[in-house]
Design a protein around this ligand. Structure first.
Ligand SMILES: Cc1cc2nc3c(=O)[nH]c(=O)nc-3n(C[C@H](O)[C@H](O)[C@H](O)COP(=O)(O)O)c2cc1C
Length: 334
């Protein structure tokens, strides 16, 4: 699968929506690093909330060449339809409906994965949203409500019948939250049961794992979440491995430096210098990981509140790492 509705994608690798992580800056970085498509952070389908600055930033914003996918969550079919229409008007290229999130805040409103228990409501929501917009509507679910009630196949059939164009399945039930091993058998069963493209999701953190999940499930595409945080290059690495079985080298200190600086600049520009500096903390750790002095660097970085100070710390840390790697390379050559 290299397309969704009318859109052709670079590859079949999706960046998962993750609240607090997959903002426009991170989606742009992941796109540059090979993600075929990225999904924005979930947007609650309540009109008063859309106007809030924090949530306005989750709507169409990212400068990516791939389609802009906005994810919505809620439990009222009419309001969900309105939310989808509003985002289509803002320029979204596709709407993803979240029925996979176990977050307490979302569950309290019987949205996210809570909906999987009520398949009549699932159907009403899907029909309302599909009818409301002219752009593709996709759906993200878990395999079911709890291990005893894995109704993913039933929900997938409903989705196909309602005109959903692509279905992502996280291989855990709602009750499992993020604990326990992910299971891919239900995803394989869903793939067998419906004709729409299936995206397999859950614990994909390496090229080998990606290949295993594709083979095991027969899915058309893969979605990667936590594995990309701090390692956005995982998309290029998986893309290469799936293409010809070879491994790209681990990104050099120089490459990490370039990604870190670009990401920081985007965050500072997007949120403003102070908030951008706070958000940067959850990303930069991964860029420094494994390099000499990473711990001390992160302590200093996390204490920095000014954008320029963060950039200076990153420059100093990576310049040292680059010099170290050059002297190691000279040592090997000598
Ligand atoms: C911090 C965090 C935030 C998340 N936010 C969302 C969200 O907004 N919408 C959604 O459908 N799933 C959300 N998820 C679930 C992910 O999209 C994904 O299904 C899950 O992390 C499993 O994939 P992974 O093992 O590759 O991370 C979130 C997960 C995490 C860790």
């Amino acid at each position: 699968m290299q397309s969704i509705g009318p859109y052709t994608l670079r590859n079949n690798l999706f960046l998962a929506p993750m609240v607090g992580v997959c903002d426009a800056p991170f989606r742009e970085i992941c796109s540059q690093q090979g993600a075929g498509i990225t999904v924005a952070e979930m947007l609650p389908s309540s009109k008063e909330l859309w106007e809030k600055e924090r949530l306005r930033l989750r709507q169409v914003k990212a400068e990516v060449s791939s389609p802009q996918v906005i994810q919505i969550a809620g439990s009222d079919p009419g309001i969900m339809a309105q939310c989808a229409r509003h985002n289509a008007e803002l320029g979204a290229d596709a709407i993803d409906i979240n029925m996979g999130c176990p977050a307490k805040k979302v569950m309290k409103k019987a949205a996210g994965s809570a909906l999987l228990r009520d398949t009549d409501l699932v159907e009403r929501i899907l029909r309302a949203v599909v009818a409301a917009v002219d752009i593709p509507v996709t759906l993200k679910i878990r395999t079911g409500w709890c291990p005893e009630s894995r109704n993913g196949v039933e929900v997938a059939k409903i989705a196909e019948d309602c005109g959903i164009q692509l279905l992502t399945v996280h291989g855990r039930t709602r009750e499992c939250r993020f604990k326990g091993a992910v299971e891919y058998d239900t995803i394989a069963a869903i793939k067998q049961a419906v004709g729409i493209p299936i995206v397999a999701n859950g614990d994909i953190d390496s090229p080998e794992r990606a290949q295993h999940v594709l083979r095991h499930t027969g899915a058309d595409a893969l979605m990667i979440g936590r594995g990309a945080q701090g390692s956005p290059w995982i998309f290029r690495q998986i893309e290469r491995f799936l293409k010809d079985g070879s491994h790209l080298p681990t990104p050099s200190a120089q490459e990490r430096h370039e990604v870190a600086v670009s990401h920081l600049q985007k965050l500072h520009a997007f949120y403003g210098e102070h908030r951008g500096a706070l958000y940067a903390r959850k990303h930069v750790n991964g860029y420094a990981e494994g390099l000499e002095g990473a711990r001390e660097f992160m302590q200093a970085f996390n204490a920095a509140t000014e954008a320029q100070h963060q950039l200076d710390l990153v420059d100093a840390f990576f310049q040292k790492a680059i010099a170290n790697s050059e002297s190691t390379a000279r040592g090997i050559a000598a």
